[in-house]
Design a protein around this ligand. Sequence first.
Ligand code: PLP
Ligand code: COI
Length: 341
Amino acid sequence: MEKKNIDWANLGFGYVQTDKRFVSNYKDGAWDEGALISDANVVISECAGVLQYSQSCFEGMKAYTTEDGHIVTFRPDLNAQRMEDSCRRLEMPVFPQDRFVDAVCQTVAANEAYVPPYGSGATLYIRPYMFGSDAVIGVSPATEYQFRVFVTQVGPYFKGGVKPLTIRVSDYDRAAPHGTGHIKAGLNYAMSLYPIMEAHRQGFDENLYLDPATRTKVEETGGANFLFVTKDNKVVTPKSGSILPSITRRSLVAVARDYLGLEVEEREVYLEEVKDFAECGLCGTAAVISPVGRINDHGKEICFPSGMEKMGPVIQKLYDTLTGIQMGRIQAPEGWIKVIK
Ligand code: PLP
Ligand code: COI
């Protein structure tokens, strides 16, 4: 398979149309067989549930070319489970988990020419999503839905690659205590647009959201969970019912414990204690692990000893091990790697 002529090393994190996408429609209580199609446009009612009441959810995954030339994806069963959880919370029909994984694999395989080569620094981002497609005017769930998967080749999520980020403590809340912060609903991202643009206008890369009930505990950013490292090399990650259960974070906890022999604490993390950590990183599919160098809390700066030039040593080891597993350089735990081709 000949690859597309793409400048892989200089890709940003943006949408570029690829050849095929998977589409399945839900009508009269059942999903159809689904198919790979070429048309990248969606045609729906002007009164569609997604357009009026934001009934939509999505997932984010990546495909990688491994050192030995296979195309693989990482723990797709966990994305399938999380999408099911999102659908249930949003009164949407579940697209069966085995079919979800199959649709992802079909879409990646059909766009093989866009899967970045091993060592290029780029990856293929996979976006499964679902939305209410028929008309609703009273506030109620749609009766028809579309499940789709597209892929797009990407570089680093944050400009500057792995340069440490500067983030600010946000005055806005990302999630309500018993709301939708734990699922991947489109509406969680719509409400984050004003805070993220304001953060950018003020020169920050991202927002650190606090727990909405007490505003004393660290939750997550708009698109990634937090990992901290203590001065004695313990990995600490916030536990909360209103953050997205990041698959990257859950994988890194296992990597820290089982590959690096580090102690890991999953617990509530108070903003007050953040100044005592040695390293900080943001983890997610798009972010991988992006180091944080500085947190601005209303003018008060928390500067991590790892500095603004490079990742701290523990975050670097976590990064190298995780990406080593994803790219086939390091033996993966059973069931983590799904070979597509
Ligand atoms: N938190 C939020 C709000 C996200 O949007 C994401 C991205 O998916 C994550 C965390 C990281 O989750 P994952 O590692 O499963 O990609
Ligand atoms: C991902 O990491 O896949 C996400 O969906 C986060 C998004 C902010 C790009």
